[in-house]
Design a protein. Structure first.
Length: 732
């Protein structure tokens, strides 16, 4: 929170004034949270215009207590425009969920000032490694000029570690670009922007005209022009009277301060004295001081009055008042998550669809995805659904936790919904497809994705009682050398396997965060059926997941994938293959298929594999209706298809039943020139959809489970693609 070191060629009276905060080193810990004082990298006073403004407020009587509280006036709402920088590949970006937390804390810290902040517009995402790792102040003018939004407090989050800073801010009337209503900004270092840190409040104070309390004093505390400790205007000579109105930060309710480096309150005075030999007693509670964050909790009455004056109709940042903040609810609820289901494993990386229920009062949502407690993706969503296409930071063969928080520009203090587990596999079949039948045998790979730095492990896998029998196992990870597996009852017993105990020790810490840990051989004994419904795994039906119990009741998830039915016993099985109706018969890989019974109750779901195949055992002796969520977008339709539809209408060509369905784009049961016109309009971008959806298939159900060959090969087409020219790409 120091005034910046002025670059070469700039004097104190120059136009480039800003403030900075030194960054502490060591394991990424911010100095603002460091317990020990650290010397700053540079100091410098606020520009003369700031001191003149505060002195003028005093002359006009606007620093009196009545002007310093929120009780005498309506709340002033100020807009923030958020800019999140990252490396060229999008890595390193400041989490949106953390921003919501510190904005909530900022409003709490400013509540007594009568000033509150709200976000304006969607976050601006900037991928630029050179700017993200800001080496010096040379790029700041360029960033401000290119990205500052008019009428907003522009706040940039990036790495300032190369400059050893926690943040910096421009005073009113300074900084680039030249236009007043978008002049200056606040820059925040990632390492100093955590919950509980006071850097944001400190830099916002500078943006709203507050100097450091030690300005013009720290360089020579005993000078005649330095701020004196006394507040008595009538001292007896040779003592000099109070000069708080014309020296230091110009606020008389901030005790004289000389500490321009971090210090632990309340021991801030030390041995320093002023020209009257009075010991300095700086107030560590002030956000504008350099006391450690744990000490800070307030602005003074005069500081509050100065900030409010800065954003009134005659203040230097009055442009922040227009237009006024729209009306928003002050609170929003917690979203109810819909999909993926909890403990869903084997999802493809390129097609992850997230859905949740709308929350009254919410205008946006933050989708947060974490791994090992660290946020990997933080995605701003203006709807209640988001499709992740694999272009971000997620990796295959890991278990992630995901959740959603609802918010609006005014309400940012909400909570995330309870997290759900999501497993992503590079080549996977969901375990609902390996719930066995009598006589089935299956192989199951176990991927441990959340054990790090272990020397020993005792892991217990629980199976549904009386349902499975272990036939063998083998280790697939070099780290797992020495792994011992004990089943109960032992392998070879006539009894069903109840559980597995895995024991492992290593001379050095091992991390299993990718790759297969082990492969189990399992069998469904004759006369035993697995669960009939629900997204349950092949064990632990109570919790619907594989689980590891590791000391003191800690439960850690395992990603179970690549289950393969090796010898089907044939109890109400249902399997098929989904392909595109083109000459190549392209498999529609990664498509989600869901089955519901005649009462619309969910029965099973899964993803088509690399061949477009899907299947389940134990669906039950019932009819089911399929629904599809395709992993590839609608496409392959152009003017040639429109001509083909017109030729079919004129009986010049004959379409197959499936291609006739694809030609009937308006869904009225007939094919004519109206359909051809709609195809032309959509291929030209004049309409965005067709009636009844974008896909058709030749076997829409219902299907009867347990009937051999049902449903078999299913062909699908995009509506309008009557010549089957589409070549679906990008599926796993």
């Amino acid at each position: 929170m120091l005034s910046k070191r002025l670059p070469s060629g700039f004097g104190i009276a120059g136009a480039f004034f800003l403030t900075i905060l030194v960054l502490g080193w060591g394991r990424g810990t911010a100095l603002a949270q460091a317990p020990n004082p650290v010397q700053p990298c540079g100091t410098g006073p606020a520009p003369p215009s700031v001191f003149s403004y505060i002195e003028n407020l005093r002359r006009e009587g606007l620093l009196e207590p009545v002007y310093g509280t929120e009780n005498n006036a309506t709340v002033i709402y100020l807009p923030l425009q958020l800019h999140l920088l990252a490396n060229n590949n999008g890595s390193g970006r400041y989490p949106l969920s953390t921003f919501a937390t510190i904005l909530c804390e900022l409003n709490q810290k400013f509540r007594s000032t009568g000033i509150q902040f709200y976000w304006k517009g969607n976050p601006n995402l900037i991928n630029n490694s050179a700017w993200y790792n800001l080496p010096n102040f040379g790029a700041v003018d360029q960033i401000n000029t290119q990205y500052n939004v008019a009428g907003s407090i522009n706040v940039y989050f990036l790495s300032l570690s190369a400059m050893s800073l926690c943040g910096f801010a421009y005073y009113p009337g300074t900084g680039s670009p030249a236009q007043t209503n978008r002049q200056g900004a606040i820059y925040m270092a990632l390492a100093c922007s955590n919950s509980g840190n006071s850097t944001f409040a400190h830099e916002m104070g500078h943006f709203l005209n507050l100097p450091h309390p030690f300005d013009q004093t720290s360089s020579n505390p005993q000078a005649t022009w330095a701020e004196r400790v006394t507040r008595n205007p009538n001292e007896t000579a040779p003592r000099l009277p109070s000069n708080c109105a014309t020296a230091g930060d110009r606020f008389c309710d901030t005790p004289a301060d000389f500490r321009d480096a971090r210090w632990n309150c309340p021991n801030g005075g030390g041995a320093a004295v002023d020209i009257n030999s009075d010991a300095f007693q700086p107030l560590g509670r002030l956000y504008m001081s350099y006391a450690n964050d744990a000490c800070q909790d307030s602005f003074t009455v005069e500081q509050k009055a100065a900030m409010r004056a800065t954003v009134t109709s005659t203040g230097p940042r009055s442009y922040l008042l227009s237009p006024a903040m729209p009306v928003y609810d002050s609170t929003v609820g917690v979203p109810s998550l819909i999909e993926p289901f909890d403990s869903t494993y084997g999802r493809p990386l390129h097609y992850l669809r997230f859905r949740w229920k709308a929350v009254p009062g919410a205008t946006a949502y933050v989708l947060r995805i974490r791994w090992l407690g660290t946020t990997v993706e933080d995605i701003w969503v203006n709807d209640t659904t988001f499709l992740y296409n694999g272009t971000g930071q997620l990796l295959s063969n890991r278990v992630y936790r995901w959740s959603v928080m609802a918010l609006n520009p005014r309400a940012v203090c909400g909570a995330f919904a309870p997290e759900r587990l999501l497993g992503i596999a590079s080549n996977a079949v969901h375990l609902s497809s390996v719930e066995g039948c009598p006589g089935d045998s299956l192989g199951l790979d176990i991927l441990n994705s959340e054990f790090t730095g272990l020397r020993s492990l005792r892991l217990k896998l629980d199976f549904p009682p009386g349902m499975l029998r272990l036939t063998g196992w083998n280790s697939l990870a070099a780290q797992a050398a020495g792994l011992q597996v004990q089943s109960y009852p032992p392998v070879g017993s006539a009894l069903y396997t109840d559980s597995l105990i895995l024991n492992w020790t290593s001379a050095s810490p091992v991390s299993w965060n990718a790759g297969v840990l082990m492969r189990l051989g399992l069998v469904w004994p004759a006369g035993v059926n697995g669960p009939l419904t629900g997204p349950v795994l092949v064990w632990d039906t109570l919790n619907s997941r594989c689980q590891a119990l590791v000391g003191q009741g800690q439960v850690l998830p395992l990603l179970c994938y690549s289950g393969q039915i090796r010898n089907s016993g044939g109890c109400y099985a249902l399997s098929g293959r989904l392909i595109y109706d083109n000459a190549a018969g392209t498999p529609l890989r990664g498509t989600m298929v869901e089955l519901r019974d005649t009462a619309l109750q969910w029965r099973a779901f899964g993803l088509t594999d690399s061949l477009g195949s899907f299947g389940w055992n134990n669906v039950g002796p019932l009819a089911v209706q399929p629904s599809w969520t395709y992993a590839v977008p609608w496409g392959g339709v152009n003017a040639t298809d429109a001509l083909g539809i017109s030729r079919a209408f004129a009986s010049l060509v004959t379409l197959s039943p499936l291609r006739f369905k694809a030609a009937d784009v308006n869904g009225n049961g007939a094919v004519n020139n109206t359909d051809a016109l709609l195809v032309n309009r959509r291929s030209a971008g004049m309409v965005g959809s067709f009636a009844g959806g974008d896909w058709v298939d030749d076997n829409p159900g219902p299907w009867m489970a347990g009937v051999p060959g049902v449903p078999g090969t299913i062909r699908a087409l995009c509506k309008g693609d009557v010549n089957g020219s589409y070549q679906p790409q990008g599926t796993p």
